[in-house]
Write a protein that binds this ligand. Structure first.
Ligand SMILES: C[S@@+](CC[C@H](N)C(=O)[O-])C[C@H]1O[C@@H](n2cnc3c(N)ncnc32)[C@H](O)[C@@H]1O
Length: 377
């Protein structure tokens, strides 16, 4: 069956790698924020950690340009759809009521003489007529939760119409009830865990744990890992503990300063973390003057073959301090999250650069040239 996963801008190659590796799917095409793939429909698809959502591709659109007349062309092409076939396929995964109301969510690339709401309305009215189910336009879906969610995604002059497989967006994690300012988008934390590649028995540390997303996602990827999270703020540690209660993982949580970690030398296999950054959440405690001392701490607690994965804005400004701490970048991937760009990075000891790249490739993760850091001199 043809499917499409939507992910954050920048995570496409990691998402494609996960679909091919963990999920056993066949990626066919990688577009801006979309990985098209083929797979048998089954509950395993819902375990894709890097995808914001997974859709069954019900139809392809062609010749949909920027003019307003494209809206009637979209309607004409939607008319040809056999609506019940994709609904029946989703119905094999989860209950779908006979009169299940639906929403349409549209997204597109490039400037157009129409907006997403006009696309949703155009396609929604046709789907309503074809299916006899109730279309919930924008404001109505706040009152009635839609059981079915159609997605119109337009790029260049083409695009597709998809039907979401899960009942709620895949990026919404049921464990994540307690939140904190600056808390991370779970699929990004899962992508960080994939880059870090924890093995069973490994010790993982997040010294800026906030609400715990990095470790809870890493634990989902590798249930056999030992997880330790700490944060300077006791409220953050409380939030992380509350979230862990609803997750499969059970990390140890501590209050502590990442400028002086209460962890012995060379004890940690993987540090996976989302440090504070100046623009929104300034570092505090021993790092109030800047995060630079943290890189030395990270290097101290990592075993020689250990790895550091970070998701952070303004990482570029830290390159000198990270190098001085004895760490070399292997992957530097820019990722767009909620209108801001951050960098998802994998670092290791300089002499491990080649081995780390081989490990990623063996695991099906192939960093594109623009995400690959040069080998250390
Ligand atoms: C960007 S947030 C982490 C968010 C987390 N990844 C999540 O998903 O919720 C950064 C965290 O660093 C913590 N922090 C700031 N300075 C610290 C320090 N010196 N040591 C430890 N934690 C610190 C803040 O309390 C905040 O929770």
């Amino acid at each position: 069956v043809r499917l499409a996963a939507r992910c954050l801008r920048g995570l496409e190659w990691i998402c494609a790698g996960e679909l091919a590796g963990r999920i056993g799917a066949r990626p066919a095409r990688v577009e801006h924020r979309v990985v098209e793939f083929e797979a048998a429909v089954g509950p395993h698809l819902l375990s894709a950690g890097t995808a914001d959502d997974v859709f069954l591709v019900a139809a392809d659109f062609a010749g949909i340009d920027h003019r307003r007349s494209a809206l009637s062309e979209l309607q004409r092409q939607t008319e040809r759809l056999d609506v019940e076939a994709p609904v029946a396929a989703v119905g094999r995964l989860r209950p779908v009521g006979r009169a299940a109301p639906f929403e349409v969510v549209a997204s597109f690339l490039g400037r157009r003489n129409y907006n997403r709401y006009t696309v949703e309305e155009a396609v929604g009215t046709v789907l309503e007529r074809l299916s006899g189910r109730r279309f919930l336009p924008g404001p109505a879906r706040r009152q009635v939760p839609p059981e079915l969610s159609w997605r119109v995604h337009l790029f260049d002059r083409g695009g597709f119409l998809g039907l979401r497989l899960p009942a709620v967006p895949l990026h919404r994690r049921s464990y994540k009830l307690a939140s904190r300012e600056g808390t991370l988008h779970p699929p990004l934390a899962f992508a960080a865990a994939l880059l870090g590649g924890p093995a069973p028995g490994d010790l993982l540390l997040d010294p800026f744990c906030g609400a715990g997303t990095m470790l809870l996602e890493a634990g989902r990827l590798q249930p056999g890992a030992h997880l330790v999270g700490s944060d300077l703020d006791p409220e953050a540690v409380r939030a992380a503990r509350a979230n862990a209660a609803g997750a499969a993982a059970s990390p140890r949580w501590l209050v502590g300063d990442a400028g002086r970690l209460a962890v012995r030398e060379s004890a940690v296999d993987l540090v996976t973390t989302n440090p504070p950054w100046r623009r929104r959440l300034a570092p505090r405690g021993r790092l109030v003057g800047g995060i630079e001392p943290f890189w030395r701490e990270a290097r101290r607690v990592l075993r020689p073959g250990g790895r550091l994965v970070t998701a952070m804005e303004e990482l570029e400004g830290q390159a000198g301090a990270i190098r001085a701490a004895g760490l070399a970048a292997v992957v530097l991937q820019r990722v767009a999250v909620s209108g801001a760009w951050l960098t998802l990075a994998l670092h290791c000891a300089p002499e491990r650069w080649r081995a780390e790249l081989d490990r990623l490739r063996t695991g099906g993760l192939r960093p594109p040239a623009e995400a690959l850091a040069p080998p250390p001199a």
